[in-house]
Design a protein around this ligand. Structure first.
Ligand code: GA4
Length: 365
């Protein structure tokens, strides 16, 4: 049978199929980072910049990240999520980092998930590991750090390709922001319980709170119909520079893409455990004066198996000044955003709901 979600995917595929010309595969913008192509690196950089400019999102295949660190991290975190609730709570609450269950941020958002939010700086990971894996904290921190190092390299490569594809003078200006020793990068590991009724009660018991998830409300009036699924993680854009998501073979991720008439539609992203899904964040949209767009996405749980996803959020240091690069401001594209620091942006985002279009607050009118 064809589920409503599958119909959405099929509709989006036919809507987008003709538009993408080379970047879209099965309706999803895809970049094979290993494929030799005519035009070499210059062509690859244009392809990455185009995906991030048109969609704010792409599936990276042939990315060169070895599977070993990801497999070790997945088994370490699966062991953590299998612990009794009381033991997991010792690593929480997420304020803002640590273990969290259902509650997201500080403004009343909830989702059908439990998660770990970790700093991506080796010393801080070692400190956190003591509460996450009391029996073998040094192994846990080694596994997390090895994964972060591999993914950081991929993030830098993508950011350098973006610098080249946009024709910037300093092609490394984005990657420099995230490799700075004070950068505020994060790792998020999400565990979405099976969402069919048979397993639902187990998870309600794990979190020891009642479900508060609403599938109707929307701050911006867009229809948030979830086609019978439960909201795992509600609609939002990522605030940082770039996010790299990897998940197991259980679906749930949806991205908001415009169709041919410019109407926004939710597109179901088929799972691909060997790929990274790359999102442009709000800061990259601001730095490029809107040439790259931060995409809205969400997770709707429909599967009978748990979904495990790991997301690396590449962020600058707290004091970094974010303002549109001079090269992106032209007579036809006047400066859209006022300067702000990442610390200022973080303070704003933690005071708002998950779905808020927070970058709009920094628009120059
Ligand atoms: C969305 C992206 C990341 O998961 C995150 C989230 C953060 C949190 O879970 O604490 C936020 C959310 C995210 C943006 C708005 C605020 C902060 C929850 C929330 C309601 C870790 C992040 O950096 O921003």
């Amino acid at each position: 049978t064809t589920t409503p979600a599958r119909q959405e995917t099929a509709a989006a595929e036919s809507l987008h199929g003709a538009v993408g010309g080379g970047v879209l595969q099965g309706g999803i913008p895809t970049v094979d980072m290993s494929a030799p192509r005519a035009g070499g690196r210059a062509a690859l950089s244009r392809q990455v910049a185009r995906a991030c400019g048109e969609h704010g999102f792409f599936r990276a295949v042939g990315h060169g990240v070895p599977p070993g660190p990801a497999a070790s991290l997945d088994s370490a975190t699966a062991a953590f999520f299998a612990l009794p609730p009381g033991e997991k709570q010792r690593a929480g609450p997420p304020s803002p980092l640590g273990y969290g269950c259902r509650s997201i941020g500080f403004s009343g958002d909830v989702g059908e998930l439990e998660y770990l939010l970790l700093p991506a700086n080796p010393a801080a990971v070692a400190h956190r590991a003591r509460t996450i894996d009391a029996t073998d904290p040094s192994r846990f921190s080694a596994v997390v750090n090895e994964y972060i190092e591999a993914v950081r390299q991929l993030a830098c490569e993508i950011l350098d390709l973006l610098g080249e594809g946009l024709g910037l003078k300093d092609t490394r200006c984005f990657s420099k922001l995230i490799t700075n020793t004070d950068s505020d990068c994060l790792l998020r590991i999400n565990h979405y319980p099976p969402s069919c009724t048979v397993h639902k009660l187990d998870h309600d018991d794990q979190c020891k709170i009642k479900s508060l998830v609403s599938t109707k409300a929307s701050s911006n009036g867009r229809n948030l119909s979830t086609a019978g699924g439960r909201v795992g993680f509600g609609e939002h854009s990522d605030p940082q520079i770039l996010s790299l998501l990897r998940a197991n073979d259980v679906d749930g991720l949806q991205v908001l893409l415009p169709d041919r008439e410019g109407k926004e539609v939710w597109v179901q992203v088929p799972p691909d455990p060997s790929a990274f899904f790359v999102n442009v964040g709000d800061l990259l949209q601001a730095l490029t004066n809107g040439r790259l767009v931060s995409i809205r996405h969400r997770v709707i749980a429909t599967a009978c198996r748990p979904r495990l996803s790991t997301i690396y959020f590449a962020a600058p240091p707290l004091h970094a000044k974010i303002s549109p690069l001079a090269e992106t401001i032209t007579a036809n594209a006047p400066c859209r955003y006022r300067p702000f620091t990442w610390a200022e942006y973080k303070k704003t985002m933690y005071s708002l709901r998950l779905s808020h279009s927070r970058l709009d607050l920094f628009n120059i009118d």
